[in-house]
Design a protein around this ligand. Structure first.
Ligand code: ADP
Length: 392
């Protein structure tokens, strides 16, 4: 009897033990599975966070505006490429405090103002003080649902180009007003003198009327040049580009200016080879050559020679030149003479009826053809003006 009970008990114990082991191994397998799933979920979560961060960084880096994000303690959480470029930062500033990273009292002042006011609009600063640069900053604090400070976002807009354009426009308006006022006040002065009695002397009256005519012509030239510039600025797309022969266009210009050349006994020599063809708007190309040849006659030597020439460059370009043997252009003025209203000798230019816009028009037209223009001159040995045009 006892042995049977003992066998049964042992069998029971064995069975319980076996069950217990199976349960343990099932449990272990389950734990392993859950652990694995957790690890996979965590990896997926990290991958998702990294991808969102990468997306955010790419988005911020593609922005033209600089972006700076700070945490609640004022440390940098993120700065994008535009921001780093504006402030010429070469290493990452993430994790550093604002003052330590930027060493700029203006930004520190903006940070403190934003903390007090919640947001600041249109704060202007020069980021490095090394160049003429102007940034406009908008900043705002970030609060949580309990109004607790979470950080700050600062957006930097680059206004440098806009400011430069605004200054150019203002300067242009001031110059135009000045250029208009000078001949107008002269005309008015002569008219008043005529009314006051000079009209009774036919010789004096004729002299004064000639002077009035000269200044009225100056006004007409100025308005024509201003209109040309304005058409060029607004009508880039209206260019009538075509393959044109250079020599006949130069010949037409020489013909149009023949009487002016005669007045100063200047010879015009068109040496442009017949086979040279360029891709250009014929009317505008003619204007470029007209302005350059006109200047060469005006500022060149009396009884001198003006030579028009062209050569082919390797890069599929033609280089056209207009050369005179006058006093030339001083080295310091050679870059500036293509600016609007810049003249080396103001009195000489006005005396010749110049508007100060001829070379600005040349530059504008040449550049809108994709070419370049420049002058080479050794004072006393004449001036040679060059421009390039594509051949196809
Ligand atoms: P302007 O109406 O005064 O001639 P431009 O824009 O045509 O205006 O020329 C600008 C200035 O460049 C002129 O005032 C003159 O001082 C200088 N310049 C232009 N062409 C020549 C040249 N061939 N030789 C010397 N100076 C020149």
């Amino acid at each position: 009897m006892w042995p049977t009970v003992a066998v049964l008990l042992a069998a029971l114990l064995l069975w319980v033990f076996a069950q217990w082991r199976r349960e343990i191994s099932v449990h272990r397998a389950e734990t392993r599975r859950v652990t694995k799933e957790c690890a996979a979920a965590e990896a997926r979560h990290h991958a998702a966070i990294n991808s969102v961060r990468a997306e955010q960084q790419t988005l911020f880096n593609s922005m033209a505006e600089g972006v700076l994000i700070l945490d609640a303690a004022g440390k940098v959480r993120l700065s994008n490429e535009a921001f780093n470029r504006f402030f010429e930062l070469e290493t990452s500033i993430t994790g550093r405090s604002l003052m330590e990273a930027m060493r700029s009292h203006e930004i520190q002042e903006l940070y403190e103002r934003t903390l007090v006011e919640g947001q600041v609009q249109e704060f202007e600063l020069n980021p490095t003080h090394l160049h003429e640069q102007l940034l406009q900053v908008n900043s705002a604090v970030v609060l949580d649902s309990n109004n607790r400070l979470q950080g700050m976002i600062l957006i930097f807009h680059d206004l440098t180009r806009l400011k430069q354009l605004e200054n150019t426009r203002r300067e242009f308006v001031a110059n135009v007003s000045h250029e208009l006022r000078t001949p107008l006040s002269l005309i008015k002065g002569f008219v008043e003198t005529l009314i006051d009695g000079a009209k009774d002397d036919p010789e004096v009256a004729t002299k004064f009327l000639r002077t009035i005519e000269k200044h009225a012509d100056r006004l007409t030239f100025l308005i024509e040049d201003l209109l040309t510039l304005s058409h060029l600025e607004f009508g880039k797309s209206l260019m009538n580009l075509q393959e044109v022969e250079l020599r006949p266009i130069a010949a037409r210009v020489a013909e149009d200016l023949a009487s002016r050349a005669d007045e100063r006994s200047v010879t015009l020599d068109n040496r442009i080879a017949a086979e040279i063809r360029v891709l250009a708007d014929p009317a505008r190309l003619q204007q470029v050559l007209f302005n350059l040849v006109h200047n060469a006659i005006k500022y060149g030597r009396k009884e001198g020679a003006v030579i028009l020439d062209a050569r082919l460059l390797d890069e599929g370009l033609a280089e056209v030149s207009v050369q005179d043997d006058g006093p030339g252009v001083p080295a310091e003025a050679q870059d500036r003479i293509f600016e609007r209203f810049y003249r080396v000798d103001k009195a000489r230019s006005r005396e010749q009826g110049g508007t100060g816009l001829g070379l600005a028009i040349v530059k504008h037209i040449v550049q809108s053809h994709g070419g370049e223009c420049w002058v080479r001159s050794e004072p006393g040995k004449g001036a040679e003006f060059f421009f390039t045009l594509r051949m196809e």
